[in-house]
Ligand binder design. Structure first.
Ligand code: ZN
Ligand code: ZN
Length: 366
């Protein structure tokens, strides 16, 4: 087994012990991918990785066994379409010593029918989701993950510059998004999303990029992400086409101050809601509180949105190694929106920003 997998399994068993869990079950998805570096093809055929203090084993659809064997030496309990998974599940549970499990950690992202197939076998068992175990481990990134996230962030910086170079009067949002996608591909990254919101469209935080053409006087929200080596990027910057709309500079300065206040509040031991409050306070005191309509940030890892969430209700205690966004915004209906988004990794001394691109507005000369 690769060292990274052995280390993660050991850390996971430590968390399971603390959480009083005697069995953990993952479906083929990103939790499994983080743990093993791969996951079998995900379809309707029950496929589970079972982990206990004493061992680990797969319930594995025979159809996917060969392809999965290239990636792992973990025991497979295979089942075929003609027989169904019941016997193989019995054998897998016996193999790991999980047949009498009382507290099961369930992958909250797996199919409900997989979860119920397992829980129906364990009468009287209760469950918890992964937040105290595998989820807690995933929040803190190791150096390998940091390297991938940093590489992706710098690709994103260059993709953003490609967007800036394309944004001109008469060019549509979709054309700017296409330039972003082309840039990601040119660096071997898969485009994940590109939100380009010009003028009044910028006031919709998750605007559906469309065929509206940019025009002089537009503020443009550009929020883009790509993926390489299994890890994504995510960043938002602002451009204006020629002259900014009325009130733009004032609002931009407020949003930037909110970013700075959130960054200043980020320290190990602080609760996530305190960071959200720091950003929100700046915007509220400037009179725009009702126009900051979303949480301040989200974790970034294999998933583009994952814990820790930087929201008004999140009690998560921030720790060294956590990676998350700081992305306050002000959205003025019918006028424009401004969001500025940084991805940071928390270090002992505070947050370190991944991007090397300043948050100043890019002004397109017209
Ligand atoms: Zn984000
Ligand atoms: Zn974003």
């Amino acid at each position: 087994m690769p060292d990274a997998v052995t280390d993660r399994l050991e850390a996971l068993r430590g968390r399971m012990k603390q959480a009083g869990a005697d069995l953990l079950a993952l479906g083929p998805g990103n939790h499994m991918h983080w743990l093993l570096g791969f996951h079998p093809h995900a379809d309707e055929r029950p496929c589970l990785l079972l982990v206990t203090a004493g061992g680990e084993a797969f319930l594995m659809p025979a159809l996917n066994a060969e392809g999965s064997r290239e990636h792992t030496a973990i025991t497979f309990h295979q089942w075929g379409d003609a027989d169904g998974p019941d016997e193989a599940l019995t054998a897998a549970l016996a193999d790991v010593g999980g047949a009498n499990a009382k507290m099961v950690v369930l992958d909250e992202t797996m199919r409900a029918d997989f979860a119920l197939l397992l829980m129906d076998r364990l009468p009287g068992a209760s469950h918890q989701f992964t937040d105290a175990t595998l989820g807690a481990l995933r929040m803190c990134k190791d150096n390998v993950e940091f390297t991938f996230l940093k590489e992706n962030a710098l690709i994103n910086d260059r993709a953003m510059q490609a967007a800036f170079a394309t944004a001109k009067p008469g060019v549509s949002e979709l054309e700017v998004a296409a330039a972003v996608r082309d840039h990601f591909k040119s660096e071997g990254a898969a485009p994940e999303f590109s939100i380009v919101g010009g003028g009044p469209n910028g006031a919709f935080p998750h605007h559906q990029t469309g065929d509206r053409k940019l025009q002089k006087g537009d503020a443009v929200v550009i929020d883009i992400g790509g993926r390489k080596d299994g890890y994504p990027s995510d960043m938002t910057r602002m451009a204006v086409i020629g002259v900014p709309p009325e009130g733009y500079e004032e609002v931009h300065a407020i949003v930037d101050s909110a970013v700075k206040a959130a960054l200043a509040a980020c320290k190990p031991g602080v609760k996530a809601y305190e960071v959200d409050a720091a950003a929100r306070r700046v915007i509220t005191e400037a009179g725009y509180g009702e126009y900051f309509v979303h949480r301040t940030g989200h974790g970034l890892g294999i998933d583009i949105h994952e814990p820790p969430y930087i929201s008004a209700s999140s009690e998560t205690v921030l720790e060294n190694g956590m990676v998350f966004s700081i992305e306050p915004g002000i959205y003025l209906p019918g006028r424009f929106g401004i969001r500025l988004e940084e991805i940071v990794i928390l270090r002992d001394h505070g947050p370190e920003i991944f991007s090397e691109l300043p948050r100043t507005t890019h002004v397109v000369e017209v």
